[in-house]
Structures are given as structure tokens and as C-alpha cells.
Design a protein around this ligand. Sequence first.
Ligand code: CO
Length: 275
Amino acid sequence: MQKKIRVLIAKPGLDGHDRGALVIAQGLRDEGMEVIYSGLRQTPEQIVAAAIQEDVDCIGLSILSGAHNELFPEVTRLLKENHAEDILVIGGGVIPDDDIPFLQKHGIKAIFTPGTSISEIAQFIKGVSLEDKGTVSNSSVKKIDHLGIAVHHLDEAIPFFQDVLGLKLLGKEEVVTEGVKVAFFEVGETKLELLEPLNKESPIYKHLEKRGEGFHHIAFEVDNLIQQFDWMKENGFPLLQDKPKDGAHGKKVGFIHPKSTHKVLVEFCEIPIKE
Ligand code: CO
């Protein structure tokens, strides 16, 4: 299984403020990474030594003193000297836009200026580290099982799909754990799921309040839901629940938070083997 992404947050140079660095360190931990913090006033030698010793995937350099043009390239130079240039180096702090091309030329893969959200930084690190390491995905997605559509009333929505589009209605069902009543239609290998809220606590009720009717989630069938969950967790994708739960048709289902999936609510489901 893929290990967690390890990050060293390091403060090179002389400035004595690390509130920002500590906020980033905690934020990346919340995103599922293992984060080591170097402490203040580290030399590039100390930073590179710590990165190699701790076997990190990424070094995040944070600087306020203005010495980034000297210290950042020194870090990448030392990494190369120690044959550790596969470690991703990113930087942040008070860095004028004009200096960014220079730093990128010296191997700093990204500069995050104040105001960048932590989730943006986390997405960047995850993207590069999966790509660079040629990670073999442990995801077991087989196909799209269904697309979920939120509606106010099933009975008002069903005729369009059944009579106008001519889709086969597979059945209606209440999923009490989710606070919904659902109707499934067959569309070739895939299905459509219409979801009507059963009560005001239902996530579908909240969705309708906020955005009205329409597309709600995409559900992927996976071979092994527990393994899929572990894989998503290891890569820092926040799950909407700790364990799979019961969905429609006795399927086990689980959702990933849309903030890390390009705003698409992703459901994974495992079809139980029929006895
Ligand atoms: Co669904």
C-alpha cells in the first residue's frame, strides 16, 4: 500500500516568525500528510540533511526575510549534490512576483504567495507526488454504476425518464440511513438514480435548498470498497464517513468529500456477491 506523503516544512534564514509555517504544517496534516517541522533559522545544509534523513517527498520552504533568492537555490543545489533531487521543493512566504521565475528556474516547483489556500497547496503536492513516483494506483474502479439526480418529488420526475426517454424503471426504494427515497432507471450498463428527500435532515433536502434540482453525485462501482477507502485516505482525500454504509439494493456505499474531487460528489459502491 502507498505510504502517506511526507512533508518537511522548513524555515531557512534569519527571520523569527513561524506562525504561517505552523498553520501550513497543521493544514497539510489535516489533509492526511505526515508533516515534520524543522524549527526556526535552519541552514540549507540542515534542511537537506533533515529531508534525506526523514525520507520526505516534499520540502516546503517558508521565508519572510527576503533572502529567498540565495537560500532556496542553495537547497535545490544541495539536494542535487546528495542525489536527492527527486524531492519536490516548493516555497512560500513574502516573495515578490518578479522573483518567481528565477526561483522556478532553480528547481523550486511552485511558489505560493500569501492568500493561497492550504487545500490548493495540498492538491499540488498530491498531484506531483503521485505523478513523479509513478505510483501504481490502488483504486479498483470498474465502471460508472450510476449518476444521482436530486429531485423534489419522484412521482413528478419519473414520467420524464420513464415515458419520454423510455428508460426502464428498475424500482423504488427508501434508504432510511440517507434520508432519501430513490428510483433507479436502467441505461445500458449504467443507471440513473433519482433522489427525493424523506425529511429536512436529508443531505438531498439541503442540496435542493442550496442548488435546486439537478445533478448530485457520480457513483463508481469498485471491487473492494474497504481497500478503495484506505487508498483514498492514504492519499489525503477526506471521506464523508469512516466506514462504508448501507445503500440502495443492499449495496455498501461510501462518499468522498467534494472539496478534493473537483466539486463532484463521488460515491463508491461495491455490489455484494449474490448467494
Ligand atoms: Co447513489
